[in-house]
Design a protein around this ligand. Structure first.
Ligand code: LMR
Length: 391
């Protein structure tokens, strides 16, 4: 029976990790998977996380099961950082821990399906795994163009997509640091989106995977909070993988807000059942480390400071790319205005391949680059390689 299965290509983005590792050219540049790198090209563990882990080793009393909701101390400690004053009160908001942001997106869309959603409206391009999860759940994907050629968000396309939304539709939005385009909605655009959503039958699902890496922890939460203020029912997928540097520990959270505490409790009971059938319980360690950080003012300050230094470095690289103006046939100016780790270069698949084979520059086949992979040592080489390939 199993021999009927067809060979699947490895996930294109994750395959880059191995391809890059196998390349022995010393000046290779990794702009592939979304992992933050320092100006020296390292991805260190946050100092606050190291301390939290040391405390866990010394003091954690047990590793017995917690339950499908995971560490609720972690889930609760994140709420002020994510939702601020917009956190719905009276039991309207609740959440649970998930295996990474992917687990949270999966849970949000599976719950949406259970509640009657059949179509997911989503700006494209998007993180490739969004479409894979939608397809795996046998939901219909309705795409609209996310970005304009000038590097701004395509509000007309979003308005049109929402205008035609009906019951049974969900809309999946990136809360900040859009992956892969780096094109975020402005605050005024978020205000408009929140107003449209308040009057729309579409269920809002917001994926927040890079909070703190765009304009800062508070500023990056503007859109989510604007929506939470105007819209009763919202599903939120949250990732700590990047902003706490916990990638392989898989640390995420799922939140649900409804119009009243009873409906939220019922939604969470369904999410818990879905989690139980999927992964039973989330891995504990990373979430516990985040909880320890967030329960300690000193560790929280250290975490925020380190996160801010990462954000500033990403901004500097973006500014440097923007100032480079053009590289061959590529206009780099919009990159200086965009947010977060990613940007899309208008390069063909052949040019991506040529950058890899001739210049040891690795990026996603779509032309997405992880801006954080550029350092003081390699940015000039990258711009020159891009100019050569696209010139
Ligand atoms: C990325 O887009 O590179 C990250 O979100 C990692 C992943 O899981 O795809």
């Amino acid at each position: 029976m199993l021999n009927r299965l067809e060979q699947q290509a490895p996930d294109a983005l994750l395959a880059l990790i191995k391809l890059f590792k196998a390349d022995d050219r010393p000046d290779k540049i990794d702009l592939g998977v979304g992992v933050y790198k320092t100006a020296d090209g390292a991805t260190p563990v946050f100092a606050a996380i190291k301390q939290a882990e040391a405390r866990l080793v010394a003091e954690q009393p047990s590793k017995a099961y917690l339950g499908p909701e995971g560490d609720m101390g972690f889930v609760g400690a994140l709420i002020p950082h994510v939702f601020g004053n917009a956190a719905p009160e009276g039991g309207r908001l609740d959440g649970m821990q998930t295996p990474g942001g992917t687990g949270a997106v999966r849970l949000a869309l599976a719950l949406a399906k259970k509640a009657g959603v059949t179509r997911v409206i989503m700006g494209t391009p998007s993180w490739p795994n969004h479409a894979q999860i939608v397809s795996d759940l046998e939901l219909e994907l309705v795409g609209f163009s996310h970005a304009n050629p000038d590097g701004s968000a395509n509000m007309d396309a979003l308005r049109a997509a929402l205008a035609s939304a009906g019951t049974g539709d969900a809309i999946l939005l990136h809360g900040c640091c859009h992956n892969p385009t780096g094109v975020d909605y402005t605050d005024a655009e978020w205000d408009e989106i929140a107003g449209i959503l308040a009057a729309s039958p579409a269920l809002a699902v917001i994926d927040v995977a890079y909070q703190g890496l765009g304009d800062g922890m508070e500023a990056d939460a503007y859109g989510l909070r604007a929506v939470m203020t105007c819209v009763e029912e919202v599903l939120v997928a949250y990732s700590c993988d990047k902003n706490f540097g916990l990638y392989r520990d898989r640390v995420g959270a799922f939140y649900v807000a409804t119009g009243d505490g009873d409906a939220t409790a019922r939604a969470i009971s369904n999410a818990a059942a879905l989690a139980r059938a999927n992964w039973s319980m989330p891995p504990d360690h990373g979430g516990a480390a985040v909880r320890v950080v967030l329960e300690d003012d000193g560790l929280t300050a250290s975490w925020l400071e380190e996160l801010e230094s990462m954000r500033i470095r990403i901004g500097q690289v973006r500014a440097q790319l923007g100032a480079a103006g053009t590289a061959g046939g590529v206009d780099l100016e919009p990159l200086g205005r965009q947010k977060g780790m990613f940007a899309m270069l208008p390069v063909s698949k052949e040019q991506v391949q040529q950058l890899r084979s001739d210049h040891a520059v690795y990026m996603a086949g779509s032309g997405r680059i992880n801006v954080a992979g550029l350092t003081t040592d390699n940015i000039d080489k990258f711009v020159a390689a891009l100019a050569e390939v696209t010139g």
